[in-house]
Ligand binder design. Sequence first.
Ligand SMILES: *Cc1c(COP(=O)(O)O)cnc(C)c1O
Length: 360
Amino acid sequence: MSRIYNFSAGPAVLPEEVLKEAAEEMLDYRGTGMSVMEMSHRSKAYDTIIKEAEADLRELMNIPDNYRVLFLQGGASQQFAMIPMNLMKNKKAAYIVTGQWAKKAYQEAKLYGEAIEVASSADQTFSYIPDCSDLDIPEDADYVYICENNTIYGTKFWSLPNTKGHTLVADLSSCILSEPVDVTKYGIIYGGVQKNIGPAGVVIVIIREDLITEDVLPGTPTMLRYKIHADAESLYNTPPAYGIYICGKVFKWLKNRGGLAAMKEYNEKKAGILYDFLDESRLFKGTVRKEDRSLMNVPFITGNQELDAKFVKEAKEAGFENLKGHRSVGGMRASIYNAMPIEGVEKLVEFMKKFEAENA
Ligand SMILES: *Cc1c(COP(=O)(O)O)cnc(C)c1O
């Protein structure tokens, strides 16, 4: 067996310890004689799995009692619709457009009401986070929406926008659990788990209780109502059972590593190695304004497309996979989520130095 360094933006690298444990439990989960995949989601064994997963996530993120945790399906993209359907009481919402995912959410919201773009960084290919300290947010907006970490462009909101008292809704798909967050600042935090937590197929929604109501837009399908899932404790229908089980293991892995404060320290050190090199390199350079750099997704270029392609190819041959930038932006991108070991980044930088010496 040999594992490569996987810099994929998602689905992405998972902790080896978690994969090994899951492998050991594959045929017989703790004396049940079956795999978690084969188990009723109404069974006692599964009830323990999903309850423990929620309890561990609550502990990790310090989620207050007046927030509910939902394990749903449909990916982050389904939330683009579910959020306006459930929250747009005045049919109006403010969107901060800092990349493709925010833009998609903004466009989807337009199907349900008046979505207003109150800030954007499209003018410089989303390479920075706009000033959001004094935005023109309509008084009757139902919420303000952000994508907190922009997976494709490698930017991150290091301070939250001034919502002027409005509910903040945030897509944390690619930064959830990478650092502590103050949950009380948000109305909804959500994320697809396939970036920084677990296998594709699960989306986690952390929602303040007062936002869970029966007063949703007419025609909202049953499956897209937060209240249905909250009332049924994520077991209204069959949940993505195996995925939630793996997420639960990752939560325990994070707790064992010292929780989110420790992860933040580790992630800063890890990303720092790569950013320091990019700042001094004669060949490679980062594409994001320094103060807005993500700790999770690091895009970079040589400035020469042929050289970029050569780098991606040679890196792959050397055991560094999925370094090609998003198809919409080109260049390279190293996604260095929680489960990417620091050695992976150290070795990548060594390889980049060698490539630079050979190609400068
Ligand atoms: C990947 C990603 C999405 C889309 O996730 P799906 O689960 O594929 O729908 C949305 N937002 C962000 C920030 C992402 O990184």
